[in-house]
Design a protein around this ligand. Structure first.
Ligand SMILES: Nc1ncnc2c1ncn2[C@@H]1O[C@H](COP(=O)(O)OP(=O)(O)O)[C@@H](O)[C@H]1O
Ligand SMILES: [Mg+2]
Length: 293
C-alpha cells in the first residue's frame, strides 16, 4: 500500500513563478502534495454546508505558506486580504499572517509601525491633498522619493528634486486620486542591504549595488556578498518583528546617520540572494514553515 501524502498549501498569484516552484519542489521532496491557492480565482460560498472550508480540512499542517496575493485595484486587494483573513478564521495558520501582509505590503503602515517602535527610518509624509504634498516636498528638503503605497521592485518610485517637476508630478497624480507617500532622499551611494529574516534569526543578506539611486535587483542592481554585523542583524530582526513578519526581506540603507530601514517585504524574493550565499534558502524557508506551521 502506498503511503498517503500530506496535503500542504501555498498561496500565490502565480503557481508557475520560479521561486514558488522551488519552494513547492522542496515540499514535494519531503513527501508533501502541494496545493496552490490563487486568490484571484477563488470562489467563496457561504451557506453551502461549509464547502469553502472543506477544501482545507485535509491540510497537514493546517497552514499555508503565503507567496503573494497579486497586484490589483484597491478593492480587489481588500477582498484578497479578506480571503486570507477568512482562512485564519478557519484556524489555518498563514506564514506570513494576514496582519503581516497588511502592514508590510503597505508602506504607510510600515512607516508608522517603524517610527512607533523607534526603528530608524527616513522622514516621510503621507497625505491625499496635493497642496500638502507639495508643502511636504519643501519640508523634506526639496529632494525626495515619491512611492506608491503598495508597490514593490522599485516600480513607480520617482525621485523629485526639482520644484517645477514635483508640481507637475503631484498635480498629475492628484488627477487619478493617488495617495502621496513622500520620503526624504537619503544618500546611500547607490548601495543598500537586503537581509532575509526567518523568525528571530537573520538568515543571510546581500549588498545591492547599482549604477543609480534605485537599488532593486529588478531595476538592474547587482547582488554582492556581505558579512552581516550584529547591528545589521538585530535591526532587521526587530523591523521584521514589529511589522509581524515571520519571513521577511528587510531593506536597509547605510546613511550618514547610521543604518536606516526603508521597508520590510513580506513576500521576499530569494533568487539573487541565493547567488551570493552558501545557505540553501528555499530549504531554510521550508524548514521554518514546517517548524512553525
Ligand atoms: N528615501 C530614500 N532615499 C534614497 N533611496 C531610496 C529611498 N527610498 C527608496 N530608495 C531606493 O529605492 C529602492 C526601492 O525602494 P523601496 O522603498 O524598497 O520600495 P520597493 O518596495 O519598490 O522595493 C530602494 O531599494 C532604494 O535603493
Ligand atoms: Mg524594496
Amino acid at each position: 500500500m502506498t503511503k498517503k501524502e500530506k496535503n500542504v498549501m501555498i498561496i500565490t498569484p502565480n503557481s508557475g513563478d520560479p521561486e514558488c516552484q522551488i519552494l513547492s519542489n522542496e515540499l514535494e521532496n519531503r513527501g508533501y502534495k502541494v496545493n496552490f491557492f490563487i486568490p484571484s480565482t477563488i470562489k467563496v460560498d457561504v451557506g453551502f454546508q461549509r464547502n469553502f472550508y472543506k477544501q482545507f480540512e485535509s491540510l497537514e499542517p493546517k497552514a499555508a505558506l503565503v507567496r503573494g496575493f497579486g497586484a490589483a485595484a484597491t478593492q480587489k486587494i481588500f477582498f484578497r486580504l479578506d480571503v486570507l483573513r477568512a482562512l485564519e478564521e478557519y484556524d489555518i495558520k498563514l506564514i506570513n499572517s494576514r496582519e503581516s501582509l497588511e502592514i508590510a505590503s503597505d508602506k504607510f503602515l510600515t512607516s508608522v509601525f517603524l517610527e512607533n517602535h523607534d526603528i530608524p527610518t527616513p522622514k516621510t509624509v503621507i497625505c491625499e491633498d496635493p497642496k500638502k504634498a507639495l508643502e511636504a516636498f519643501d519640508e523634506l528638503g526639496g529632494d525626495c522619493v515619491l512611492k506608491p503605497l503598495y508597490g514593490s521592485k522599485g516600480i513607480g518610485i520617482t525621485r523629485l528634486n526639482d520644484k517645477a517637476f514635483a508640481e507637475n508630478v503631484i498635480y498629475a497624480l492628484s488627477q487619478i486620486n493617488q495617495v502621496f507617500y513622500l520620503q526624504e532622499f537619503v544618500e546611500h551611494n547607490n548601495r543598500d542591504i537586503r537581509i532575509l529574516v526567518l523568525g528571530d534569526k537573520a538568515l543571510t543578506g546581500m549588498y545591492r549595488v547599482s549604477d543609480s539611486w534605485k537599488t532593486n535587483i529588478y531595476t538592474g542592481a547587482r547582488a554582492e556578498p556581505i558579512v552581516l554585523t550584529n547591528e545589521m542583524k538585530n535591526l532587521a530582526i526587530n523591523a521584521a518583528k514589529i511589522t509581524k513578519t515571520e519571513i521577511a526581506g528587510v531593506d536597509i540603507i547605510e546613511s550618514k546617520n547610521g543604518l536606516t530601514i526603508l521597508e520590510v517585504n513580506s513576500i521576499p524574493g530569494f533568487t539573487a540572494l541565493q547567488k551570493v550565499t552558501d545557505i540553501n534558502i528555499s530549504e531554510e524557508i521550508i524548514n521554518y514553515f514546517l517548524e512553525n506551521a
